[in-house]
Design a protein around this ligand. Sequence first.
Ligand SMILES: [Zn+2]
Length: 420
Amino acid sequence: MANIHTAQYLLSSNALLEAGALLEEQGRILEVGPIAQVKRSAPAATVIDHGDAALLPAFVNAHTHLELSHYPEWASAAGVGSEPCRFVDWILRLIVVKRSNPVATMDAAIKTGIRMCLESGTAAVGDILSWYDGRSAFTDTPLLGRIFLESLGQDVALTQQQFKKLNRVLKEQRIGNFEFGLSPHSPYTIRPQYMTQLFEHARKNQLRSAIHIAESPAEVDFLDGADGELAEHFYNAINWHQHRPKARHMRPIEYLAERGGLFKDQLLVHGVQLEGPEIDLIAEAGAPLVLCPRSNARLQVGTAPVARLKKAGIKLALGTDSLASNSSLSLWDELAFAAQTYGDTFSAQELFALATTGGATALGLQHELGELTPGLRASFQVVPLKKQIKPQELLETLINAGEGRMPESLVLDGQVVNFD
Ligand SMILES: [Zn+2]
């Protein structure tokens, strides 16, 4: 059964169509064009007119930790503040909160997170999962994407145990609409040799990987002089003093490359501290980078050098990070903030692309999502337009309208997502 979806505006791959329409059959887009033309192609199709609304590609949120979606409640139960604070203090708080909570409660948190993503117009996520058993929460959802199984630790025996467990899950390849990848947490939370082992495993088995990198000034100090807040405060606080490394005098991307972790399927997350030569290395490797502007502001780590990243042609995406360092999982909210933070570098169209085609490319889903174009999934959000908006101002108006925007409905693979 074919359906034609039409509305006042439809954003196709390269143009905003007035009275545009898409023809959908079996969840895929067959044709996009002016309504009259699409109707002529499929006269028997059912026409669904969404009226005064814009049909826009569903979002791809390239960096989430859905298992932390109940963090604010957990933090207050644990007596830990969730207001903005410095990066290293924040990690220590996160550890306290995670330890104070039975891991099984993450199941409900993941389900909440999935719902928050769908409600705000998101079709896919690149999710980091530290509690591997939580993968079952992804079974029955129309959301899709990648689950990056997190690894960290310094102890040889414990990390090898973790590697075995990781491999058992990786053998399953996928759960629901999600494919598994792996994620060494960060350069300062994982034994260097284990990091290399994980990257070798990823490359040999053509697995996607994701890593938090060049996030804070403290990480830069750690990899350079083996000093600063991470080496001196964090390592002591969690009893890792014996694992404190010698000074490496390396930049984050140099260290990543030395460990074998700079390759095309490596999703780099944050990149706030990146400098010129590192940016060139990333461009050469073709690795995508996820920007998380609200999380970066909340943890007071600075602002990513987006003008230089754009100039170097880095494949950029947008992510919300978790509710431990953000106030929502909505990419509309992230875009509103990004417009203020990155507005000098990116136009509204470019910002919107970070949350759609950019995310899809970063997760290897560019043949599935990101654009409303024939061959891709018929996955789109219906955004109501309360007043007349000129076509050339549509995206800017929607993005700048501020936080709290929600689509009227989300259609994934041709089916309206039901939240009841
Ligand atoms: Zn993160």
